[in-house]
Design a protein around this ligand. Sequence first.
Ligand SMILES: [Mg+2]
Length: 262
Amino acid sequence: MHDSVTTSLLDAFLQQLKTAPSSALLLDYDGTLAPFCVDRTRAFPYPGAISILEEIVQSGRTKVIVISGRPILELRALLAPMHNLELWGTHGLERQLTDGSYSCAQINEEDAVSLTKAREWIVAAGLLSRAEFKLGGIAIHWRGLPTAEARSVQLLTLEGWTKIAEQSRLKLLQFEAGLELRVSHPNKGDAVSSILAGLEPRTPVAYLGDDLTDEDAFRVLNGHGLTVLVKATYRETIANTWIRPPQELIDLLERWLINISG
Ligand SMILES: [Mg+2]
C-alpha cells in the first residue's frame, strides 16, 4: 500500500470531521492503542494517547469506542482513568455503554459443548498453565517463552485445535504470540454493525486495528467509513489505509482533535 493513498484518504476523512455534527472513532486495543507486553496486565496505552482521547471525548463531538478481544474488566483496568468510553469486550460478546450499563450476549449450547471439548484437550495436553478461559473462547499464550518452547506449544495447539475447529462451528484465530478457539459470532464485525445501526446516517466513522479479527470490522465498515491498519510492518489487509504506531497513531488522534475543535 502506497503512503500517498493513506495520506489522501486520511486527509479527505479528517476534512469531513470539521463540518460533521458528530463522528465515531472505533479502536482495537492491543497492538493498536497499546504496545504488546509480555505481562498482559501491563499493556498500557502508548504515551500521550489517553490524554488526546480524553480531549476528543470531552469535545462531545466524537463517540470513542474500544472494541477488543479482551474482557471488559481488563479493558477498564488498562484504560483507567478514562471511564466515559463505550467498550465492546470479548470480540463483541460483552458491551458497556458510557453510562456504565453492561450487557453480554448468550453462547448457544452447541458452541458451549465444543468449548468443553477444547478445554478437555488442553488438560490432556498439559497446557493448562498457558490457557486463558474467556467468554465464548479459550486462548493459549506463548508470549515470553523461549523460541523453541513457544514453537512446540504453537504446533501442539494448532494440531489439537484444528481438529476441534473442523468438527464444530468454532473458529481458530491466530494472534500475536497465541491461538484462540472461539465462537464465530458475535465478532468485531457484528459489533461494528450494531454501532453503525445506532448512528445517524453519514456520520464519519473510522476503525483502527491491527489483528486478523479486525478484518471483520474493516469488511463491515468499508464503503461507509475509514478503515486503518495500525502496524509497524504492512500485511495483507482489506483496510483502506495503513499507519505505523505509535507516532502516526498519535498524529492521527491529534489531527482528529484539532478538526473537531475548530
Ligand atoms: Mg489488536
